[in-house]
Ligand binder design. Structure first.
Ligand code: FES
Length: 234
């Protein structure tokens, strides 16, 4: 996990991400990096002094895109300070070649950096679930249900909110995923406020108890959230 630092940035532009949703593009220091699935805290000026937790939807050398409201008043050249990166991101096994991705969100924006990483690595990617109307690259195959891709994949990446986690875990248990040997990770988005483990706002209840998403997440091995015994996703 990289240490959380204050990162000076500057507004590059406002635009749309691959799914047509509004983003704020920021210039970041050229050598600065953030992993897919890690969060940032940003002062968007609309939270009474609190920093807003955001998951980047585009990451490139020297450039970072954050989801924002369509009526944002940011303008190119404005300075903006980030606290980042927060927590641990996705770590697909280097040898994995067949990635299965799924999200409980209607528009899986938090998975976009991982999708980009997979495409750059040349891995095969299947998205499971109801795909967004547009935005997924044509090279990505879509299956309607997660269990249709489990036997094929060698890496599973899931994305969900804290609210949707219990029903997702129940549905995974119904598929018998605990008995499948598969590298599997899950991003659970929650209310990150302090970003360093001091407030408890980001606490998530997984199968084995509570953890802090800002310190022990937001991406976790799926097996750590599954109850029961037997082989679990790494
Ligand atoms: S955000 Fe404060 S403990 Fe995680």
């Amino acid at each position: 996990m990289r240490p959380v630092r204050r990162i000076p940035t500057e507004v590059h532009s406002l635009g749309l991400d691959a799914f047509g949703e509004p983003v704020l593009r920021l210039r970041t220091p050229p050598a600065w990096q953030i992993d897919p699935g890690q969060a940032v805290l940003a002062d968007l000026g609309d939270s009474c002094g609190l920093l807003s937790p955001l998951f980047p939807c585009e990451v490139a050398p020297g450039l970072l895109s954050l989801p924002i409201e369509a009526d944002s008043t940011f303008r190119p050249g404005m300075p903006l300070s980030l606290a980042a990166p927060i927590g641990t991101g996705f770590r697909p096994p280097p040898a994995s070649r067949r990635w299965l991705l799924a999200s409980s969100e209607a528009v899986p924006r938090r998975l976009l950096p991982l999708l980009k990483q997979g495409i750059e690595r040349g891995v095969e990617i299947v998205f499971a679930g109801e795909p967004p109307a547009h935005g997924l690259p044509l090279s990505i195959e879509v299956v309607s249900r997660l269990d249709q891709g489990l036997a094929w994949s060698d890496y599973l990446a899931l994305d969900t909110s804290r609210q949707a986690l219990p029903s997702l875990l129940a549905s995974l248990a119904g598929m018998g995923i605990a008995s499948i040997s598969l590298a599997a990770e899950i991003l659970v988005a929650s209310d990150i406020l302090c970003g360093w483990g001091g407030c408890g706002a980001c606490a998530v209840h997984g199968g084995r108890g509570w953890y802090l998403a800002c310190v022990d997440g937001p991406v976790r091995p799926l097996g750590s959230l599954l109850e029961g015994t037997g082989r679990r996703g790494a």
